[in-house]
Design a protein around this ligand. Sequence first.
Ligand code: SF4
Ligand code: SF4
Length: 300
Amino acid sequence: MLTGIHLLLTYACNFECDHCFLYCGPQAEGTFTLGQVKAVLDDAERIASVETIYFEGGEPFLYYPLMVEGIRMARERGFQAGIVTNCYWATTEEDAKLWLEPLASLGIADLSISDDEFHHGAEVDNPAKRAARAAKRLGIPTEAICIDQPTVEVGIDKEQERGRPVIGGGAMFRGRAADKLVEGLPTRPWRELTECPYEDLRDPGRVHLDAYGHVFLCQGLSMGNMWRSPLPELLEEYDAESHPICGPLLEGGPALLTDRYGVEPEEGYVDECHLCYSTRLALLDRFPQYLAPRQVYGLE
Ligand code: SF4
Ligand code: SF4
């Protein structure tokens, strides 16, 4: 049941992190207009199960007035609102308060803060910490998101992982991460990667939307385009089994997707997402309606 709608307010970001699964950066295009945000919120009102609207990116604070107005409109319609940010704007705790006060007045339910070395290096009192302190003073609930460089450990927890190398650190090997972070990591035979471990492709609890209209089940994997078919109808008509990418993923994971469309795989991949992303990249021209936009795959 869909409870959360996440707006990728912009693909633009002042950072260009190696682990970014959307290939965001200073040159990235694709930003919602005010009219588009309003259209999404109007559609969201027609979906009874939706409770929360998130504003993320890219870096949503780069379009601060648009983000604030979007949150105001979401709150006016009775939704909870959340933000995901890298906190570049928290120059000092006092300055951070200036940015956060209008959001506190709107009663935002969550400020998710990227606080790790990918974003802020080894700096101890970094912008994320300053933003968290300012948010606490204003009574805004916060959550830290921490992604580390991939580590290799020997699996000891689950039966199937015992003795097998397990990749730690929390990075998802999609987008830029699949291109930048996989070198030197242990791989598994591609035929073993037989399920999607992270997304509920059949009945998603949340979807991400971008300014081009894509409704994402996973980064770069679209259910359809909400500018062509309104979001409530699109969700109503979505049938995972007949979706050309989700169908095979549900039946036999990235391995079956690769097999089904005759994509030539490497011998091994770091994990399911690494194979899934690589296969989808090879299928972009065949399924442009569902595998988009190209910029999320690092292409023009
Ligand atoms: S991971 Fe976040 S901060 Fe880094 S480039 Fe992507 S959107 Fe920007
Ligand atoms: S296996 Fe594919 S669809 Fe599933 S989470 Fe990984 S990249 Fe996304």
